[in-house]
Design a protein around this ligand. Structure first.
Ligand code: SF4
Length: 490
């Protein structure tokens, strides 16, 4: 059987020659797709399916094998079908499928559906169309245009999805790439024919345009205290250091050019290793910040979803809405209580979330969050959607107190590895608490699990997912409470 160079192999080859080679020769070195990555893939599929509804006289090529799919496509062309979905073409051992092929007199327009809201060259949107055009013209087809069908998050508001998509003509941009396609194809075919893996160093391309499934393998030898933890170090500099084989902070030359903050971070880390645990703590600054807290102190966190295809009144594509929150309340006598809400069905969760949190968050006392801009935005949206609760929600917004600022401004520790994220701070301040034991480890996974949970008909799975979501969200606010206690102990 012919091992075709497919469109996705071509795009993976553009990302990294080694990735292309590994996919053929060492697929076992890849890590499994995470739940949040799977959600993105599922969402793209949903967007692709919905896009077809906007072309009612179209026909989908159902065959999955290359030869059958090409035959069905040719049959659809002969029958004069105006829109062919998943149209399949093979040229010179390259096999592509076009999301939408639109008949345009004697020519065709290629329309690629993307779940992005704008043309993103770094996501290879244009290269995606360039390889399709190369194959179709190679087959003798005349292509009058190449277009991207994108999500319109500026105008579309549910329930009116008539303007969910916009079409952007990118013919000129794609044409500018066409000259590179034959060379790229030849390079990728050569790589696939090699027995040795191509010598590619790690770099920004391991995450862009998407996280490479071989990252764990290729980055295995990167030490924990690596140059990648230096705050805001540019990729040019990281690449330069990787090329010189400098990965550990311990190998970084003393005179290597860094900003003041970057140098302070490196010095702190290196001093810590030589002089035992030397974090930089501005105790007075922390005291002053803590003194602005008022009891009862609410430790609060939302979990949200933001689907590409909105499904609740007044929401635009990718607009976030909350489906869950957790709230620990610390009284002045040290008593701590926990409250939460999780929406468990497919109905709109926003009003139940808003009404529940207004019962749990009293009208006095601070509301501690971690990275306040996120919670502020969600609360503002709720206030706008539900004017009768606006005043109470605005009162909460006015009492937000951001715990992350302590770790941005007053408390640095080498163990934070250059980040103030709660996932980095918690193991240092409260080593006995950890996200590691949980089934859900990050917000993207929580989103994916919620989406699965509200749709599943399997009661056992549903109940497990509910428990995992509760554990995860509860951990976020419990972590804040324990971090707060650790700060008080200073
Ligand atoms: S992790 Fe990076 S270097 Fe390794 S295959 Fe992927 S993109 Fe290439």
């Amino acid at each position: 059987m012919i091992d075709y160079l497919t469109k996705s192999k071509y795009l993976n080859g553009l990302q990294c020659h080694k990735r292309l080679w590994y996919e053929k020769n060492h697929p076992e070195r890849s890590t499994a797709t995470s739940r949040s990555q799977q959600r993105i893939l599922d969402q793209s599929r949903e967007v692709g399916n919905l896009a077809r509804d906007y072309f009612p006289r179209g026909e989908r090529i159902e065959a999955t094998g290359p030869v059958e799919a090409v035959e069905q496509t040719q049959d659809a062309i002969r029958r004069g079908i105006p829109y062919i979905f998943e149209a399949s073409f093979i040229f010179n051992d390259i096999w592509v499928r076009c999301d939408i092929l639109q008949k345009d007199s004697d020519s065709w327009k290629i329309i690629e559906v993307k779940s992005s809201t704008k043309v993103r060259e770094e996501k290879y949107h244009l290269h995606d169309l360039a390889i399709q055009k190369h194959v179709l013209t190679g087959q003798g087809a005349s292509i009058s245009g190449t277009q991207l069908m994108l999500i319109n998050n500026k105008e579309c508001v549910y329930p009116d999805l008539s303007n969910l998509f916009t079409i952007e003509d990118v013919t000129n941009q794609v044409d500018r790439l066409m000259g590179d396609v034959p060379n790229n194809i030849q390079t990728f075919k050569n790589i696939l024919g090699e027995s040795a893996e191509p010598p590619v160093l790690i770099g920004e391309h391991c995450e862009k345009p998407n996280r490479c499934p071989f990252k764990e393998h290729c980055w295995e030898y990167v030490p924990e205290l690596s140059i990648f933890t230096i705050p805001r170090l540019s990729w040019n500099k990281k690449d330069e250091l990787v090329e010189k084989g400098i990965l550990s902070l311990h190998d970084l030359p003393d005179d290597y050019s860094l900003t003041e903050k970057q140098r302070a971070y490196v010095d702190m880390v290196l001093n810590d290793k030589s002089e035992n645990d030397k974090p930089e703590i501005d105790v007075e600054g922390i005291k002053q910040k803590l003194s602005t807290l008022e009891y009862p102190i609410h430790f609060f966190d939302f979990e949200t979803d933001n689907p590409a295809i909105p499904r609740f009144e007044g929401l635009s594509p990718y607009q976030q809405f909350p489906f869950q929150y957790s709230c620990h309340i610390l009284q002045s006598n040290g008593e701590v209580t926990h409250h939460e809400y999780l929406h468990t069905d497919t109905t709109d969760p926003r009003l139940p979330v808003a009404e529940s949190l207004l019962k749990h968050i009293s009208d006095v006392g601070s509301v501690v969050v971690y990275s306040a801009s996120f919670e502020r935005r969600i609360l503002q949206d709720l206030a706008q959607f539900f004017p009768k609760h606006s005043a109470a929600l605005q009162s909460i917004i006015s009492r937000l107190w951001d715990q992350i600022l302590i770790f941005r401004n007053h408390y640095k520790h080498p163990g934070f590895l250059g980040s103030a994220s709660i996932k980095n701070v918690l193991p240092i301040l409260v080593p006995c608490l950890s996200y590691e034991e949980l089934d859900i480890h990050e917000g993207g996974d929580a989103q994916a699990v919620w989406d699965l949970m509200i749709r599943t008909t399997n009661e056992r799975e549903r109940s497990n997912m509910i428990n995992h979501l509760r554990e995860y969200c509860e951990m976020d606010t419990r972590a804040m409470v324990e971090i707060h206690k650790a700060l008080l102990r200073l």
